[in-house]
Design a protein around this ligand. Structure first.
Ligand code: CP
Length: 306
């Protein structure tokens, strides 16, 4: 098996299809057979300045299953709150032998500058509107387990694409693996200019979903409501909430994904989220194995210590 070896994972932009496949293969291997403790002696610190349930918990679980030590660290209770920079924080944690940083931050691209300035691996757990690479990898693994190939598959990404790091990383992964991607939502949340990224843009949910192979429903970021991106929740739900009727337009064997957290009754109905086509909890379960593969790839790519 080819294995990925890199110091950092800041995004999926620039990764080849072969490297994405290699990470998915390693995740599948960990799922089939738990490894011994290849990361024994490593310490993984979590720098999260935004809330998280799935990403943080599954990275912590992944670190433990690989034999690494997760370092308990809360951004809010740390000296970051007193104005210490992230870089100084990382360098101080490196001084106590942190080998991997898993970082979630509200500013897009913040890690590009930080990663080359520390010896430890830096893994993006979501930065602003930019990327959420491990989410897209776990989404891809979840679909790959059900499809022999992505070629000829059409995946609809439905909702607030404009503000979604999940949409960006998914587009990169799905295109690399050979699928066609359709972004669908109202124009303020899915501007036509997004087609420049290589997705088809569609504003009519019925047209987008007709004969689709899968839909990945995005969280409507309720905080954007104040900024006037959609007139009202009811208005949005009327056109774009994934109801059983809308879901029935897809192929009979099509799948429903959602990265979470869900606004039930806003972007998705419970009958669909909890229905037979839903892969939502399989996505969460696969998050652990994908994150084990990413932590391992980044461990192999770290510079040797002197
Ligand atoms: N999908 C995702 O990133 O979920 P959390 O915000 O709970 O980590």
């Amino acid at each position: 098996m080819t294995t990925s070896r890199r110091k950092d994972l800041l995004g999926l932009e620039g990764l080849s299809a072969a490297e994405i496949e290699a990470i998915l293969d390693e995740a599948a291997l960990y799922k089939a057979k738990p490894p011994k403790t290849p990361l024994a002696g490593r310490t993984v610190a979590f720098l999260f300045s935004e809330a998280s349930t799935r990403t943080r918990s599954s990275f912590e679980e992944a670190a433990l299953r690989l034999g690494a030590q997760p370092l308990s660290f809360s951004a809010a209770g740390s000296s970051l709150a007193k104005g210490e920079t992230i870089l100084d924080t990382m360098r101080n944690l490196e001084a106590i032998d942190v080998t991997h940083f898993v970082v979630r931050h509200e500013r897009s691209g913040v890690l590009e500058d930080l990663a080359p300035r520390v010896a430890a691996s830096v893994i993006n757990a979501g930065d602003g509107w930019h990327e959420h690479p491990t989410q897209a990898l776990l989404d891809a693994l979840t679909l790959r387990e059900r499809w022999s190939s992505f070629k000829g598959r059409r995946v609809v990404i439905l909702g607030d694409v404009r503000h979604s790091r999940v949409a960006r990383s998914n587009l990169i992964a799905l295109k690399a693996l050979g699928a066609k991607v359709v972004f669908c939502g109202p124009t303020p949340l899915v501007p036509d200019a997004l087609s420049a990224l290589g997705a088809q843009v569609e504003h009519d949910a019925r047209r987008a979903l007709k004969d689709a192979d899968a839909v990945n429903v995005l969280r409507l970021q309720l905080e954007r409501m104040e900024q006037g991106f959609v007139p009202s929740l009811a208005d949005y739900a009327l056109g774009y909430r994934l109801t059983p009727e809308l879901a029935a337009l897809m192929k009979p064997d099509a799948f429903v994904l959602h990265p979470g957290p869900m606004n039930r009754g806003v972007e998705i109905d419970s009958a669909v989220a909890d229905g037979p086509r839903s892969l939502i909890l399989s996505q969460v379960a696969n998050g652990v194995f994908v994150r084990m593969a990413v932590l391992s790839a980044c461990d192999r790519g770290r510079p040797a210590r002197g």
